[in-house]
Design a protein around this ligand. Structure first.
Ligand SMILES: Cc1cc2nc3c(=O)[nH]c(=O)nc-3n(C[C@H](O)[C@H](O)[C@H](O)COP(=O)(O)O)c2cc1C
Length: 340
């Protein structure tokens, strides 16, 4: 499925947000998304799209005049009727009118016969009421919000096209999304809850390795800032989390290979089976991003974990040591268009 983002931008805030939305869209399996400035829009590509997101800077509390003119005169060239539509805006001041600009764009989309989508409160936090807003010039701080919006828009477009089952066979109503700044306390609480659960069950794992001190909340914030922390949201609740690295010192012989290295996988014990669903989503994400492998390591002496990963298709690929930790490395091949 093809999706497009069309924007107007003079000082590169709106264009940067457009690229983040596209990044989120392209992380969804089966989606091919591109961003276009209004003066360089590829009509053939956009006509073939199932959905279009429109983005404008806020000028005098409304979309820029150039963008309004584009919506009035040119947008109909892209056969928008019946397509999924969304909007975002950038502004310089926190009450500078970006929400008004978004509503104005959405009004145009309705007139063009598009089905409008915001994600709203239905996806939980971050709640995006009408469309995401960036307060310029902070580009990096709004990255996760716009990527998340792109992920949600793409999933909704697949759903509207009846491709949900094929695209998300076992997501079970849960969505794997990049973590936002507001997720860290909920994510860290998952590890604390899991350690308490291990104590109660008499399982010797993170509770005997000082895991919470080795990986404090700051660590997850650093991973989030690097784009590595992902949250599995079920009905708006952060029910699981995972860190996905692009390189891993435990795999020096595989440096530079296109892989996700899976770390710190955690789930809320109240969501049985969620770990396998997160791994499945990670594999789809990896395939969609052109990775060839998902790799992980687990404690050599844990027969439970080794059998678990074996059952999910993770084959032994050597050993690693990190201080007192002795691990077995495991990997699974994935390929674009599906998981092997
Ligand atoms: C003519 C003009 C009018 C603007 N009006 C507003 C405004 O009403 N409210 C606001 O918050 N920012 C306003 N801005 C700031 C822009 O919305 C903001 O810097 C935006 O991120 C620029 O987008 P760009 O970098 O993609 O060009 C205005 C900027 C210009 C040039």
């Amino acid at each position: 499925m093809k999706l497009a983002v069309i924007y107007y931008s003079v000082t590169h805030n709106t264009s940067a947000m457009a690229e983040y939305v596209v990044q989120g869209m392209n992380s969804v399996e089966g989606v091919q998304a591109r961003a276009f400035s209004i003066d360089a829009a590829d009509a053939d590509f956009i006509r073939g799209c199932a959905g279009i997101v429109f983005g404008s800077p806020t000028y005098a509390g409304a979309p820029s005049a150039e963008f309004c003119a584009f919506l009035e005169k040119d947008a109909k060239k892209f056969a928008p009727g019946g397509k999924l539509g969304g909007a975002f805006a950038t502004e310089q001041y926190i009450h500078g009118g970006a929400t008004n600009a978004i509503m104005d764009i959405l009004r145009h989309l309705l007139v063009l016969g598009m089905m409008v989508y915001s994600s709203g409160s239905a996806c939980g936090k971050p709640v995006i009421h009408y469309g995401p807003v960036q307060v310029s010039p902070d580009t990096r701080g709004y990255r996760d919000l716009f990527i998340t919006y792109g992920v949600r828009f793409a999933r909704q477009a697949l759903k509207a096209a009846g491709q949900t089952a094929a695209a998300q066979p076992d997501s079970g109503g849960c969505v794997l999304e990049p973590a936002g700044p507001g997720d860290i306390s909920a994510v860290f609480a998952l590890y604390e809850k899991r350690v308490r659960w291990m104590n109660e069950k008499g399982i010797r794992q993170w509770n005997v390795t000082d895991y919470l001190r080795a990986y404090p909340a700051d660590y997850y914030e650093q991973q989030r800032k690097s784009g590595n922390l992902w949250v599995m949201r079920c009905g708006g609740t952060a029910a699981g989390a995972v860190v996905l690295k692009q390189e891993d010192g435990r795999w020096p012989d595989r440096a530079g290979s296109a892989a996700f290295y899976l770390h710190n996988l955690v789930t809320d014990p109240a969501f049985p089976g969620l770990g396998a669903r997160i791994i499945r989503e990670v594999e789809k994400l990896a395939a969609g991003k052109g990775k060839s492998f998902v790799r992980l390591d687990c404690a050599e002496d844990s027969s439970f974990l080794n059998s678990y990963y074996e059952s999910l298709g993770y084959r032994p690929a050597g050993f690693c040591r990190d201080g007192a930790y002795k691990g077995i490395r495991r990997e699974k091949a994935v390929q674009t268009g599906g998981v092997r």
